[in-house]
Design a protein around this ligand. Structure first.
Ligand SMILES: Cc1cc2nc3c(=O)[nH]c(=O)nc-3n(C[C@H](O)[C@H](O)[C@H](O)COP(=O)(O)O)c2cc1C
Length: 218
């Protein structure tokens, strides 16, 4: 956990970071927070689903930073109901990619090109969360999975990598290939790699007027 604790000297700020439950302190530039806040919307705009990849390996440290961003995502009651499998062994990766399309439904065929696949598994929420989900009739864990997936994809964008979240795949086949117990759910597969093109497409989104109301539904 990185927290802004005290101002040490002008231009720097002392931060506490918890790594493996050990507290470390380091000094980072004071502008760090504000600079990154300003850039956030730009980062959001550069994240897009990438469906064409270069035949170029992805550095392991970049994947690790993406996973770190995913690990730090918030979740209901901090339950962190997720686990990840990084699939980068070429043969295995090809086999998993082949579970995301068929002859009939082939729109995910591009996943064969991605050098890395990240499998996102939802882990059972703890007892308290299960009770909360039942009372509130909400699947908090799926909300959590969406947040952690987007953290990962945004960090990938920051690293110059392209991603695409895949919700369409043969879950049974993926579980078999990766020894995932039948009781678990594979919620998403994220393709990662260097994009073939660095062009940022205009976003196709509903307009602000269509989706935002103030102080009442309509
Ligand atoms: C939960 C989820 C499942 C998705 N599944 C697929 C998929 O199976 N195949 C695919 O090509 N894109 C998939 N996408 C990507 C969306 O089509 C894409 O995010 C959306 O069209 C917006 O485009 P953008 O990501 O380029 O901004 C998925 C996205 C989400 C969030």
């Amino acid at each position: 956990m990185l927290s802004r604790s005290s101002k040490k000297e002008q231009g720097t700020v002392l931060c506490s970071q918890y790594l493996d439950n050990k507290k470390e302190q380091r000094t980072v530039p004071c502008s760090f927070f504000w600079r990154d806040l300003v850039k956030f919307l730009d980062l959001v705009k550069t994240r897009q689903s990438v469906r064409k990849y270069l035949d170029k390996p992805v550095e392991r440290e970049k994947i690790e930073r993406c996973l770190e961003a995913a690990r730090l995502a918030p979740s209901a009651s901090n339950s962190q109901p997720w686990s990840f499998i990084v699939v980068d062994d070429p043969k295995l990766k090809e086999a998993v990619a082949k579970e995301t399309f068929s002859q009939l439904i082939s729109f995910n065929r591009f996943s064969l090109q991605a050098p890395v696949l990240i499998i996102l598994i939802s882990e059972r929420p703890g007892f308290l969360n299960k009770v909360a989900e039942a009372i509130k009739d909400k699947q908090f864990s799926l909300i959590d999975i969406g947040i952690t997936a987007e953290h990962l994809c945004l960090q990938a964008a920051e690293e110059g990598l392209g991603t695409c979240m895949l919700g369409w795949f043969n879950e049974k086949g993926v579980k078999k290939l990766l020894d995932i117990p039948r009781s678990k759910r594979v919620e998403l597969i994220i393709t990662i790699g260097y994009p073939e093109s660095t062009e940022i497409r205009p976003k196709k989104r509903k307009s602000i007027n269509q989706i935002i109301n103030h102080n009442s539904y309509s």
